[in-house]
Design a protein around this ligand. Structure first.
Ligand SMILES: Nc1ncnc2c1ncn2[C@@H]1O[C@H](COP(=O)(O)OP(=O)(O)OC[C@H]2O[C@@H]([n+]3cccc(C(=O)O)c3)[C@H](O)[C@@H]2O)[C@@H](O)[C@H]1O
Ligand SMILES: Nc1ncnc2c1ncn2[C@@H]1O[C@H](COP(=O)(O)OP(=O)(O)OP(=O)(O)O)[C@@H](O)[C@H]1O
Ligand SMILES: NC(=O)CC[C@H](N)C(=O)O
Length: 643
């Protein structure tokens, strides 16, 4: 029975970062060698980055990746490593796992099933490899086996499933590999974060190990690689249905290694599809300490934990990868801007908890003033700027809420009034058009001018600080265009555009009262949690409430999900609405809500096209550039509702 040490290496990569990606890969290989691992599996397309988009279509990308692969070879003494890269073959591009062992390139195994749903567009760049096809590719390293091969090394035979391959049910390659004979499957993956999706990946890994009655080594990318998608950085080593080792998700490190030593069945799996990799063994196979998931994975508030950790890591990665000097937020003291401010604070807190102060200094060494900063508190105040911008329509409550949160998390906080600007603009336009503006006649105009006049000032702060301006739109507002274009939509990223308002409010309460790990709470959120969402754009006497302008948020969210996730017709959406909410609202009222939703949805596609990029966190999003396309001009769906 060969005992073998299997390792999986999670990586936080950057598209097209030839040197950086290679250096992080070498670091993990060296770490694995020091631990005397025999086999190391690294994530899908980790040499180039998964999110290279149309740069995959440029031959330059795969040429650079190949160059980088060849340079890795001398670093693979005594170990077998799976590394992902794009490879051109006979005029087509393939998404490949390269097998490197003891200084040699052993084989190239391409992905058979391409991911093409949701955020995935792989068929735009890659071709699927036919199951069972084996051939050779001529390269500067000689003729290299390419295709659906198995690899024999250290007395075991192994196969590959590349990400989507494992999601194909009865068609997943594991079934064919089980018949052909393997005791290990390695699964290099780039599977983006969505709430509780890691459980599905775990399930597929467990199933894979059961299918072959052997070991399954699953590894994912980590962090905000290319802007919109976040990778969990999960890795699992599974043996006959039992998870033996797993990584800690949402790490702020560049990479993470997990290792386990297993006794596997000795097999003689000869066949013309088997390539033998000769690797001198280490003297003995070590036992390794347990690699376990973080304690919060067992929390009964998993969604809240995942949201906090995924989005704060995404903000942190975006900051350092874009080499920005900080974040600026127009902080109204309401739910959305408060949530984003809290998430920025958490990014710094979680990074410093995991990386230590020296680690933080290394990650942010591009900041010209970083050496002067001595503590996390000082860093937050330099990196995070918030501004309350009141008008006559702002309430004392929101001002106090913004102040309390800013003090609690320690931002550099400003508080100013923009009435003078509103008055000036109003005067100029009234003079130009020759009449006074009034709330009766010019409601939207008078609301929007306030939202728009909050934009130049925060852009100024962003420019002064060389910082990112964060837009505060959430998914519920995006559905119905409840935001002023070039006003509160201003910003370079929209961190919460992928999540609904109801969850944002629920998360804020949790963050105040329960918090991360049940301990890291923010008491400064108590004000915001006592407020009802209001745009505060109309005179205070009119008591503007978002849900009165629109409809109750749970209703809005339900219609949105039925229509654009389940893809149901407007009529069925209304039927569902009546079934679900009929005891609280009349049919007439629900019909009005439903028609309003589709009218506003249709009218505001152009706005969704112009939102700053947001992060994917849920199982669907409204982002037209990566998830949901809808015509900008259309007859709309409102008329399809028969009252
Ligand atoms: N199909 C189309 N393609 C391209 N452009 C189109 C268009 N339809 C209208 N437009 C343009 O859109 C303009 C209207 O859009 P826009 O100026 O943004 O304004 P609009 O969407 O009409 O109004 C903004 C809404 O957001 C609410 N709001 C604003 C700010 C903050 C908050 C909050 O929650 O705190 C809420 C506010 O109460 C109001 O209901 C029109 O003047 C027209 O120029
Ligand atoms: N008084 C204000 N000071 C600073 N920014 C403001 C102010 N009012 C609105 N904004 C900006 O406009 C955005 C949109 O306002 P909106 O009221 O929708 O969001 P919110 O205040 O964060 O949340 P809520 O809808 O729960 O009140 C805010 O998130 C904030 O960035
Ligand atoms: N890169 C991939 O093949 C990912 C596809 C997979 N269905 C996922 O969403 O995780």
């Amino acid at each position: 029975m060969p005992k073998i040490a299997l390792a999986a290496g999670v990586l936080n990569q950057i598209p097209l970062d030839w040197k950086g990606n290679q250096a992080r890969i070498i670091d993990l290989i060296q770490h694995a060698q020091q631990q005397q691992a025999n086999i190391l599996c690294l994530p899908e397309l980790c040499l180039t980055g998964y999110g290279c988009e149309d740069q995959f279509l440029s031959a330059y990308t795969s040429e650079k990746a190949w160059e980088s692969l060849v340079q890795l070879l001398p670093h693979t003494q005594r170990i077998l490593v799976w590394v992902g890269l794009p490879v051109f073959f006979e005029g087509k591009l393939y998404n490949v796992a390269a097998c490197l062992a003891h200084g040699k390139l052993i084989a190239l195994i391409p992905k058979q099933h391409l991911a093409n749903d949701g955020v995935h567009y792989e068929t735009r760049w890659f071709s699927p490899w036919p199951a069972g096809k084996i051939t050779h590719i001529s390269t500067n390293l000689g003729d290299i086996p390419m295709g659906d091969y198995r690899i024999h090394a250290h007395g075991i035979t192994m196969g590959i499933e590349i990400c989507q391959d494992a999601w194909e049910g009865e068609n997943r390659p594991a079934h064919a590999l089980a018949k052909r004979g393997v005791s290990v499957i390695c699964s290099p993956t780039a599977s983006h974060f969505a709430f509780s999706k890691s459980k599905t990946r775990q399930g597929l890994s467990i199933e894979g190990s059961k299918i072959i009655q052997g070991a399954y080594v699953f590894v994912n990318l980590l962090g905000n690689e290319s802007g919109r998608t976040i990778f969990d950085g999960d890795a699992y080593i599974v043996h006959k249905g039992q998870i033996i080792a797993e990584s800690s998700r949402f790490s702020f490190q560049d990479g993470q290694l997990i290792i386990a030593s297993l006794d596997l069945k000795e097999r003689n799996d000869a066949g013309k599809d088997v390539i033998i990799a000769n690797i001198p063994s280490f003297d003995s196979v070590r036992e390794f300490p347990a690699f376990e998931a973080a304690a919060w994975e067992k929390s009964s508030y998993l969604k809240e934990e995942e949201f906090a950790r995924a989005v704060s890591l995404a903000l942190w990665d975006y900051l350092r990868k874009s080499k920005s000097f900080g974040w600026v937020i127009s902080l109204s003291g309401g739910a959305d801007s408060s949530a984003i401010s809290a998430l920025c604070f958490l990014a710094v807190r979680l990074a410093s908890q995991e990386l230590s102060w020296t680690g933080i200094q290394e990650k942010l060494d591009y900041l010209p003033w970083m050496k002067e900063v001595q503590s996390e508190k000082e860093l937050v105040s330099r990196i995070l700027t918030t501004a309350y911008q009141g008008t006559v329509n702002s309430s004392d409550n929101t001002r106090a809420s913004a102040k309390a949160l800013a003090e609690c998390i320690g931002t550099t906080h400003y508080d100013w009034n923009i009435d003078v600007l509103v008055k000036e603009y109003r005067g100029i336009i009234e003079q130009a058009i020759g009449r006074s503006l009034s709330w009766e006649q010019d409601d939207i105009t008078l609301q929007n001018v306030q939202a728009r006049l909050r934009s130049p000032s925060v852009w100024m702060l962003a420019n002064i600080n060389n910082a990112l301006l964060l837009a505060t739109s959430n998914r519920s507002e995006a559905s119905v265009g409840y935001a002023t274009m070039d006003g509160d939509t201003s910003g370079s990223i929209s961190p919460i555009a992928g999540i609904d308002k109801t969850f944002i409010r629920q998360w804020l309460i949790w963050m105040e009262k329960v918090g991360l790990d049940g301990t890291l709470t923010l008491s400064g959120l108590s004000h915001v949690n006592s407020l009802e969402p209001s745009a505060e754009l109309r005179p205070l006497t009119s008591k503007q409430i978002d849900e009165e302008d629109l409809m109750p948020y749970p209703i809005l969210n339900s219609i949105e999900r039925w229509a654009f996730y389940d893809k149901l017709s407007p009529e069925i959406c209304l039927k569902n609405l009546i079934q679900e909410y009929g005891t609280h609202f009349s049919e007439e009222q629900l019909t009005i809500f439903c028609s309003r939703f589709f009218r506003l949805w249709t009218r505001n596609q152009w706005k969704r096209e112009r939102y700053a990029p947001g992060f994917h966190v849920d199982d669907y999003s409204l982002d037209p550039k990566s998830w949901l396309r809808f015509p900008i001009l259309s007859a709309g769906l409102e008329k399809d509702i028969k009252p």
